[in-house]
Design a binder for this molecule. Structure first.
Ligand code: G3P
Length: 210
């Protein structure tokens, strides 16, 4: 089980490093576009801001050849840490197969169907990344449960990294549904610790010493 930060912000990455329990970062082109015009240089800075654990990099280009070159350039920055994150399209699955053969760890992202999970397994992807809240908003079914069932049936080493998580309960539910790892924005990661009864217990403890 690993908890990751879903952000490309350097401030978020530094804050996540300070939390101690955050084991990596996921980025995507939309998150990168908010922070930089030079995503590969920015990736290098993210690797420094959170000095341990995987950093998932999704190429900004969608043409297969350009995606390939950008993914390999990203991985070359830190081959032990950078994971090539690719959208769950046919072209990207073919690319994932080639990258995997060359020893690059790949994650297939925006995975919504059990069939996509099956193909990710066949392509040798190390992770699939279902978008939980987006699936709920579009009535796309119990994505984590369905994908976990397929991977279990195949006795697959492919891990489920649940993303698009908006609250603590949604994070916990994704794990109960079968996610091995989760990624969420910094505010959601901080909110994992929150519970009104914990807060009232802490106030009561403090009151004994006032
Ligand atoms: O990493 C995927 C994630 O950023 C998607 O989340 O909140 O845009 O649905 P969201």
């Amino acid at each position: 089980m690993a908890i990751l930060l879903d952000s490309a912000s350097l401030d978020d990455a530094s804050a996540a490093a300070g939390l101690g329990f955050v084991r990596g970062i996921t980025t995507n082109p939309a998150l990168m576009a908010r922070e930089t015009k030079d995503p590969l240089a920015h990736l290098a800075r993210l690797l420094e801001a959170l000095p341990e654990g995987p950093v998932f990099y999704q190429p900004t280009r969608s043409d297969a050849g350009e995606m390939d070159a950008e993914a390999r350039a990203a991985v070359a920055l830190a081959p032990e840490r950078v994971v090539a994150k690719l959208p769950a399209t046919l072209e990207a699955l073919t690319l994932a197969t080639q990258l995997r053969r060359d020893g690059v760890r790949c994650a297939l992202t925006a995975v919504y169907s059990p069939a996509q999970a099956l193909l990710a397994h066949e392509a040798g992807c190390a992770w699939i990344i279902p978008y939980v809240d987006r699936a709920a908003r579009h009535s796309a079914g119990a994505v984590v449960v369905e994908q976990a069932a397929v991977l279990e049936q195949l006795d697959s080493p492919t891990r489920i990294l649940a993303a698009s998580l908006k609250s603590g309960p949604q994070v916990a539910e994704a794990v109960l549904d079968g996610a091995h790892d989760v990624t969420a924005p910094l505010a959601v990661l901080r909110a994992l610790a929150g519970h009104p009864l914990t807060e009232s217990a802490v106030r009561a403890f403090a009151a004994h010493w006032e």
